[in-house]
Design a protein around this ligand. Sequence first.
Ligand code: BT5
Length: 258
Amino acid sequence: MWSGEWDIHWLDEVGSTNTSVRDRARQGAPEGLVVVADHQTAGRGRLDRRWESPPGANLLASVLLRPACGGGDVHLCAGAVALAGADACRQVAGVEPVLKWPNDLLLDGAKLAGVLSEAEFAGPSLTAVVVGIGINVAWPGPAEAGGTCLDDVRGSAQPVDRRVLLDHLLGALGPRLALLEEADGRAILADEVRRRCVTLAQQVQVILDGEELTGRAAAIDDAGQLVVETAAGPRAVSAGDVVHLRPDQGKGGVGGLG
Ligand code: BT5
């Protein structure tokens, strides 16, 4: 049961905030632990990729959740953090990021933030979910990644304060953790993810391990999988990189926008 208490540890430097929270989770730390770092020396993306950020530039945070839900609902933990991150960006910087499946935040098609969730099990039981989020505040990411950052797009005159951004993120996350505890609440959360996910109804290319699919992103199912209507029929994918194609692309065309 979510207690409403956050235990925030703000570090100068760490390898990866996700790894730090995972290690503490294995030692029995309670739900609500938050590790934030000014700098990560081994920041991680999905699929063993790197998450880059110069010291002091961006928000790099991981939270420990111990939700009373099953392993099949881990995607909603990541969704809850992505939605809370989007709310915080709106409240603090006056921008309205959208979700890109599975968990990126985009502004005008450019990546503003990424989410990495990692689950811990004891046998079949879910014991912990570590969800990390990197929100670009003052640095938009490596040039080749084509990302964006809040200080380049914000509506306000003042630079964004990472501590204020974190406060808003945690404030927006708390009520969603309560939703995770019950089936009705999880349905509400899943609907919110679908509503705010810009991938749906788009023509997409999904890059899987050793395979590429092209088609219309028709749905996000209850397991968090993206259902793509391909020429060969519907395919549900649980992991992969999505490229949003222009409407005239996707029938043999390549290249993407975001
Ligand atoms: C993600 O992976 O988007 C998940 C990123 C999660 C980062 C947070 S930071 C706090 C916590 N602790 C960690 O160690 N990780 C989490 P993925 O979709 O795989 O995107 C990674 C790719 O994005 C890289 O291969 C680069 O191309 C690009 N990239 C790297 N740094 C970026 C940045 N700051 N902004 C935009 N794109 C970036």
